[in-house]
Write a protein that binds this ligand. Structure first.
Ligand code: URA
Ligand code: SF4
Length: 216
């Protein structure tokens, strides 16, 4: 039996990449079938000097159209929580584990659909390259897709959110909920409670980067 070879973006990663050359290469990516579905590649965004990297699942409807990550409703929640936690948005590089929008039609709307394992594997070299270039002190994995993609299928955000976990990708790695899950809370009270817990997780990040800065 011939072995099935999993296509990934690995051959597209330029030598000695910068964020600019990576972004330019990712625009051309066809390593999985999602390039046909999304409007464009939505690459990560932020300074290469960012101390914190936030990794989401995939661009949403607004991000797909804008070509920029976290510019829609989930991004607004993220910005608000970062500000409340005292993290300077300029210190944060935002990206996704999958860089094309996967969706299905429902009436006139495009409804987000979770990427599958093959798509996550195909797209992973882009994230790994972003991490190598930025070398963030802290990586925050937002939601189960990003957390399990990096930490393994057995990882449970519900059990280990807000904890520092061991990973080769950075010295400090934490998983927490996805900001869009806060928007899906059933009522105002639970939404406020979820937001408070999310901000608490980000406050741990703020404290860690402050103490790293002092030690440096
Ligand atoms: N949700 C994500 O996971 N990423 C985005 O960029 C926007 C919404
Ligand atoms: Fe390439 Fe990722 Fe887009 Fe798939 S989702 S085509 S791997 S950039």
């Amino acid at each position: 039996m011939p072995k099935l070879i999993q296509a990934t973006a690995a051959p597209l990663i330029p030598p000695s990449p910068t964020l600019k050359t990576l972004h330019e290469a990712a625009v051309q990516c066809r390593a999985c079938d999602l390039w046909k579905l999304g409007t464009q590649t939505v690459f990560g965004e932020g300074s290469r000097h960012s101390r914190v990297m936030m990794v989401g699942e995939q661009p949403g409807d607004k991000e797909d159209l804008a070509g920029r990550p976290f510019v829609g409703p989930a991004g607004a929640v993220l910005d608000k929580a970062l500000a409340a936690a005292g993290i300077d948005r300029k210190d944060v590089y935002v990206t996704n584990i999958v860089k094309h929008f996967k969706w299905e039609p429902r009436g006139k709307r495009r409804i987000h659909k979770k990427p599958n394992a093959a798509q996550i594997t195909a797209c992973r070299p882009w994230l790994d390259a972003e991490i190598r270039v930025v070398q963030p002190e802290v990586v925050i994995l937002l939601g189960a897709t990003a957390a399990q993609g990096v930490l393994g299928r057995d990882f449970r955000v519900t059990q280990h959110r807000g904890e520092w976990v061991q990973s080769s990708i950075a010295t400090y790695v934490m998983a927490t909920v996805h900001p869009s899950s806060i928007l899906r809370a059933p009522d105002d009270e639970s939404r406020h409670e979820e937001m408070r817990k999310f901000i608490d997780d980000l406050k741990k990040v703020a404290a860690q980067i402050r103490s790293n800065r002092k030690a440096a």
